[in-house]
Design a protein around this ligand. Sequence first.
Ligand code: A2P
Length: 218
Amino acid sequence: APLEETSLPLYFGWFLLSPVQVKIGCTAMDFLKTLDTLEAFKKHIADFTGEAEKEVDLEQYFQAKRSLHCTTKFCNYGKADGAAEYAKNPVVIKSYGSVSELSLTALFVTPRTVGARVSLSEQQLQLWPADAEKEPEAAVPGSAALPAGSRAHVTLGCAEGVQPVQTGLDLLQILTLPQGEVVEEMELGSLRYYGEGRWMLSLREPICAAACFSSFYG
Ligand code: A2P
């Protein structure tokens, strides 16, 4: 194929610097380790196992991701809608290679994925595509009404056979649901249950993660 056809990346995003990758990996593992021992979690274990009474080891259940990042624009080498326009955006060009602090404000778990929610700054939102939350009504009902940046996340792990694109969809789905009751006050923050195996822990102290805005070609 001609060179220009392959010059767009698989995706643009913020890539966490290595020390913070280790820190977040450990925090996520600690969370999973504690979550599957909670009575509240065990009560809904069938969401994960298909049957009550069966146990699950969440650390084994999810395959941990390496190279942690927060995708801004999935370009699919130019095949995704708006990929070329995004790459040409002056803010994207100007920010390329710059390091900023991502604020990780929550951890969430579903039977498919585990991820960290990212709360973007005004400046970071300038790199956020306008249509990122606009999933088809059939895929995530109500997602288009969520504020820009709602989908921002870091995929930490996926269940066997699940593609990482699912993490953003799981987060959007949780955010469209009414906020559940706090079921447990954990050391890291407040844990809420959203039904169908969906859990979200709002961090008492957001995790500050230095990250470089760049792209991945694969
Ligand atoms: P995420 O950003 O949730 O981690 P893959 O390996 O499947 O090609 O994906 C590469 C990266 O691009 C992953 O980080 C993934 O999910 C993200 N991604 C894949 N497909 C999409 C999509 N359709 N929309 C948004 N992000 C996507």
